[in-house]
Design a protein around this ligand. Structure first.
Ligand code: NAD
Ligand code: MG
Length: 397
């Protein structure tokens, strides 16, 4: 078997580190061609010394200079590039077969599109890019299928849905008999906390997720349930279903990663320990299965599985995401942009936890109706919504 060339966008993050862990178990099957990070020099040096990629991208220029010097000291042959454009360069290198799209936030959009256009297998963790430009991104995958472009979801829920849908009918839910997607959610750290005290939540409490270890932004998104909101929109695009076919199910044990309900009464689910190496290994090996290092699920230890309906009053952000998707593409860009600004402001203690949905709601009011089809219009709407959200943050501060 030919060894596959891998590019990891966002190598120093939680998903990036887990991807390197799975790859290290299969040295004959894969080799790392390129790694990227925003500014974490120490971690990228360590990763470059370990896997010796041909290229490493550090988006921030000063950090790139430091990386270059440190790698030279250790005689590491990796070529260092810097700047946002370099992310697109490594995502489309001819020697790259698979791209792990694991940058957090809107910054992932252009490199992910470049990977699709270059005909890569895109292993998509960066849900924000689908929320911003679902149609454009899915079209880029479909239009470049002849070059080898394909999309495999890394988000554990979407990976579970993908596994629970027969591939031959993907894209034709009518024939497949798909009635509903049951998108599971742990409910986050404040599932049972008194709603009246949510305004007192600290960033430290919000990032402490009960079941998953994740980056700061997605951890706050899980606490507000915006993560589930973004995932509803992500599922609509990935599986070509309207939002009213997606039922969010609170499942505190996080053992079932999502389910698909069929018209004959069957419900298919994917279960496993909550560890991102399972979806990562699935996407890397597909259609084969490869070892991931994840401990087998002991169903006797799990013993019980609980399910609840979401409380939309507690989960205001989830409601806003459903509303935004119904409104159209400009609204989902505003939703994502304002959420990124609000989460950052909350982490920097500028606004309260309960202010996050207020900032997003204001940005949704500003977003024009309809959907932008061109990348420049999408990026412009993203910038406008960010400015608007920053003004809301300043007013609340
Ligand atoms: P993280 O914060 O741990 O890592 C983010 C990575 O992106 C880092 O390598 C960082 O250097 C890079 N980065 C940050 N800002 C950047 C910028 N402006 N330009 C270029 N690179 C930048 O995040 P994570 O938890 O690994 O999540 C990554 C993505 O995967 C997110 O979109 C998240 O929603 C999604 N995701 C994560 C998990 C999880 O379990 N961690 C699960 C499902 C989906
Ligand atoms: Mg998820």
């Amino acid at each position: 078997m030919n060894s596959k060339g891998i590019c990891i966008l966002g190598a120093t993050g939680t998903i990036g580190v887990n991807t390197l862990d799975v790859l290290a178990r299969h040295p004959q099957r894969y080799h790392v061609v390129a790694l990227s990070a925003n500014s974490n020099v120490e971690k990228l040096v360590e990763q470059c010394l370990s896997v010796q990629p041909a290229y490493a991208v550090m988006v921030e220029e000063d950090a790139a200079t430091q990386l270059e010097e440190k790698l030279k000291e250790k005689s590491c042959p990796t070529k260092v590039l810097s700047g946002k454009q370099a992310l697109e360069t490594i995502a489309s290198l001819p020697e790259v077969d698979y791209v792990m799209a694991a940058i957090v936030g809107a910054a992932g959009l252009l490199p992910n599109l470049a990977a699709a256009e270059a005909g890569k297998r895109v292993m998509l963790a960066n849900k924000e890019s689908l929320v911003m430009s679902g149609k454009l991104f899915m079209d880029a995958i479909h239009n470049n299928r002849h070059k080898g472009a394909e999309l495999l979801p890394i988000d554990s829920e979407h990976n579970a849905i993908f596994q629970s849908m027969p591939p031959l009918v993907n894209g034709d839910q009518q024939k497949a008999g798909v009635e509903k997607i049951l998108l599971t959610a742990s409910g986050g750290p404040f599932r049972t906390r008194d709603v009246a005290t949510l305004n007192k939540v600290t960033p430290e409490q919000a990032v402490a997720h009960p079941n998953w270890v994740m980056g700061q932004k997605i951890s706050v998104d899980s606490a507000t349930m915006m993560n589930k909101g973004l995932e509803v929109i992500e599922a609509c695009w990935l599986f070509d279903v309207p939002e009213n076919k997606i039922q969010v199910v609170i499942h505190p044990q996080s053992m079932i990663h999502s389910m698909v309900s069929y018209n004959d009464g069957s419900v298919l689910a994917q279960l496993g320990n909550p560890d991102m190496r399972t979806p990562i290994a699935y996407a890397l090996g597909y259609p084969e299965r490869i070892a991931s290092g994840v401990k087998a699920l002991d169903i006797f230890e799990v013993a019980r599985l609980d399910f609840e309906k979401p409380d939309f009053e507690r989960c205001r952000c989830l409601q806003l995401a459903y509303d935004a998707h119904r409104l159209g593409g400009n609204a989902t860009i505003a939703l994502n942009a304002a959420n990124e600004i609000a989460v950052e402001a909350f982490l920097n203690k500028k606004i309260r936890f309960t202010d996050i949905p207020l900032v997003i709601e204001k940005a949704l009011e500003q977003a024009p109706a309809g959907t932008s089809a061109k990348i420049n219009d999408i990026l412009a709407q993203d910038l406008t919504s960010r400015e608007y959200a920053k003004e809301s943050v300043a007013r609340l501060n």
